[in-house]
Write a protein of this length. Structure first.
Length: 224
């Protein structure tokens, strides 16, 4: 009986060690990818195609150990977005990477539907793919349901609305306006004004404030 108990303990210990090693290796690959992505955010002008390709082995290693880890899938999506950034202005070359990034985000969202940032990232990718369809609206709704007052959701959808309002249907516009209003009432109102000014939509934002009687957190001068 004692041998049976000891054998069971050894077997359980080996299983625990095996799982720990799997997570350990996956994390090594993950932090390799994470550190590279973080570095590129600070020095994106120095990004090369060779660097992007080389990072692929770490991404593959990360996903080979845990292909159903939602955060790993988001990280892989961001890696694909960097390819699209590298090919900025070259639609035919950038598009496949945007589509692959969206596929990674979709997989992550299925595993972790309550994570609002994933949904708003998908909204941004749909817009970049010039796909103003029902799926885009569905992602906007999912983002809103998961994080109705999440600053990334509010700012993300508000900015998309301001930039692409002419391409929004009535349902999208209504939802987009709700996020404009929430952003204006938050500590991020100034950032939205700055963004609107940078893209030539300050007049539109000011008209919305006047017509919709949105309250604004802070003192900002409107000019048309």
């Amino acid at each position: 009986m004692q041998w049976l108990v000891k054998g069971l303990i050894v077997a359980i210990s080996l299983v625990v060690i095996w799982f720990a090693s799997q997570w350990g290796m996956a994390n090594v690959y993950y932090f390799t990818v994470y550190n590279k992505l973080t570095a590129w955010e600070k020095q994106s002008s120095e990004l090369t195609l060779e660097q992007l390709d080389e990072l692929g082995s770490a991404v593959d290693g990360m996903l080979s150990y845990h292909p159903d880890h939602p955060h790993y899938l988001v990280t892989a999506a961001k890696w694909q977005e960097w390819y699209a950034f590298y090919y900025y202005g070259q639609g035919d070359k950038a598009r496949p990477y945007l589509e692959q990034a969206l596929a990674y985000y979709r997989a992550s969202a299925e595993l972790r539907p309550g994570w609002p940032e994933t949904w708003v990232n998908m909204v941004n990718l749909k817009v970049r793919l010039d796909a103003f369809d029902q799926e885009l609206f569905d992602y906007m709704v999912k983002a809103t349901e998961a994080g109705p007052y999440n600053e990334h959701v509010n700012q993300g959808i508000a900015k998309v609305f301001l930039y692409h309002w002419k391409q929004f249907n009535a349902e999208m516009a209504t939802l987009g306006l709700s996020h404009v209003e929430r952003t204006l009432q938050s500590n991020n109102a100034g950032k939205l004004f700055q963004y609107a000014k940078a893209i030539g939509r300050q007049g539109l934002l000011c008209q919305l404030i006047e017509v919709k009687q949105f309250k604004v957190s802070g003192d900002f001068a409107c000019s048309y």
